[in-house]
Design a protein around this ligand. Structure first.
Ligand SMILES: [Mg+2]
Length: 471
């Protein structure tokens, strides 16, 4: 393990929800929940205000609505989040060639490899500057953890949240981890936590005291040894640039074992989407889809399937993961699920398989909010005059008279729009229209930070800001 704290972990604060609050002045300081709004939707991100009501990510949307009935419920705008993500990852790549994104809003950076930091003082200075730059460029806040290992850097950024920086001095790791709950260690979900607690192990120090043999006896060889090493703060995992990595994967550990097969399928779909999000963030595609299932008894299975060509199509990865799941018995309950894609290539070869899948799902109800928005635009062709337009809560619109706004809600043939932009000083006015109002149309998201030098009518028209409305 290195001796200087030169691994940085960045995690944007409540990313999707913060982006929505920055874009929509009327939601600043309010409870905001972003996620799937359909009957099987789950929370993607909750704002800190919504978290006070107990809402958290991966929670079924119905439960969130019961806990926080007055929160704003919005469909994600992935196009905007991806744009912000590219800005953030760009800033990280200025620090080092070794940047390992974990999702759109989270990444490890090896500062030593970038020669931007070599000791505590220089690493701290880099972290401070990075946070300032992120705020200036994106208008959002991110928290930074800095340590001598990936595990501790990630724990640092967690401790720093929201909007903070924590540097963990090498040599202090075990003292810091010791009294903390075992849940702080990566891979320890509530179910594993319970299992350990029944064996009398509650803190990290108690894992260290129990010894490796006991951990292996409790959790199996791989999981047990890994956890024991983590408890001793032994973590030599290198930062691997996504460009060089052989695979991309995401996994979730669940609060309680999942027994319901429908829920297991739903979680696998959600993980497949997140995995593709990471693939796309890195401009990669892959051929082999991997499903990981850890069952109630800690037995862990992996199943994989190799496609005919590389893909970064969420529908293809979802379908493949669903097929793999069909071959796994989950009746006793599942405590961890993961989806990965390996055999990575730098570009997507549009293969027949992907195209066939795309054609197939064109006839289905589109769940992905962005795809639905694209469809509205794409289908508004003169040959097809009767188009049922779908106004998704939170999505951008433009009205010929009132300018830029966003959908606050729709139903019963009406759509309610709030006319405000990220640059509005005060919350905007709300107006209601018929869903087929010809003056209302879907629009592109506006950048959160007003582009500099955006003066004059021509520019304003280009960015979709209605000059007449005076913003
Ligand atoms: Mg985050």
């Amino acid at each position: 393990m290195r001796t200087a704290p030169t691994i940085l972990h960045l995690d944007m604060d409540a990313f999707y929800a913060s982006a929505e609050q920055a874009a929509k002045p009327s939601l600043r300081g309010k409870a905001v929940v972003v996620g799937g709004l359909g009957p099987r939707g789950v929370v993607a991100t909750a704002s800190y205000e919504a978290r006070k009501f107990g809402v958290h990510s991966a929670m079924p949307m119905g439960q969130a609505r019961r806990l926080a009935p007055n929160a704003a419920y919005l469909v994600p705008r992935f196009r905007l989040y991806r744009e912000i993500s590219e800005q953030v990852m760009g800033l990280l790549r200025e620090l080092s060639p070794l940047v390992e994104p974990l999702s759109l809003d989270e990444a490890f950076v090896d500062l030593e490899a970038g020669e931007t930091a070599w000791d505590e003082a220089s690493a701290h200075a880099v972290g401070v500057r990075l946070r300032t730059d992120i705020r200036r460029v994106t208008g959002l806040t991110g928290s930074v953890g800095i340590a001598a290992s990936k595990m501790l850097a990630k724990i640092g950024s967690e401790e720093a949240k929201p909007d903070g920086l924590v540097l963990i001095r090498p040599g202090t790791e075990r003292a810091l981890l010791g009294p903390k709950s075992v849940r702080i260690l990566p891979g320890v979900g509530p179910a594993t936590g319970d299992h350990l607690r029944r064996a009398g192990i509650v803190t990290v120090e108690e894992i260290a005291e129990a010894g490796e043999d006991e951990l292996v006896r409790l959790l199996g060889k791989a999981h047990g040894s890994h956890l024991y090493a983590m408890a001793l703060a032994h973590d030599d995992r290198p930062v691997v640039a996504e460009r060089d990595s052989k695979s991309v994967s995401v996994e979730d550990t669940y609060d309680v074992d999942i027994h319901d097969r429908v829920r297991v399928r739903m979680e696998v779909q959600r993980l497949a989407d997140r995995c593709v999000e990471r693939l796309r963030a890195a401009d990669r595609s892959g051929r082999t889809v991997v499903l990981k299932v850890r069952r109630y008894d800690f037995s862990t299975l992996t199943r994989s399937e190799t496609l005919r060509g590389p893909t970064d199509d969420p529908a293809v990865v979802r379908e493949s993961a669903a097929r793999l799941l069909e071959g796994v018995d989950t009746t006793g309950g599942v405590r961890l699920l993961g989806v990965g894609v390996s055999g990575l290539a730098d570009f997507t070869q549009e293969d027949l398989f992907a195209q066939a899948a795309a054609a197939e799902r064109a006839g289905e109800v589109v769940e992905d909010a962005e795809a639905a928005a694209d469809e509205v635009v794409g289908e508004a062709a003169p040959v097809e005059p009767v188009v049922e337009r779908r106004w998704m809560a939170g999505h951008d619109v433009r009205h010929a008279e009132f300018g830029a706004g966003w959908v606050q809600g729709s139903g019963l043939g009406r759509v309610t729009v709030r006319f405000e932009t990220p640059y509005s000083q005060v919350p905007g006015r709300v107006r209601t229209f018929r869903v087929d109002d010809p003056e209302l149309e879907p629009a592109e998201p506006l950048p959160l930070v007003e582009p500099v030098g955006r003066v004059g009518v021509a520019d304003a028209v280009e960015t979709g800001v209605d000059v007449a409305a005076g913003a």
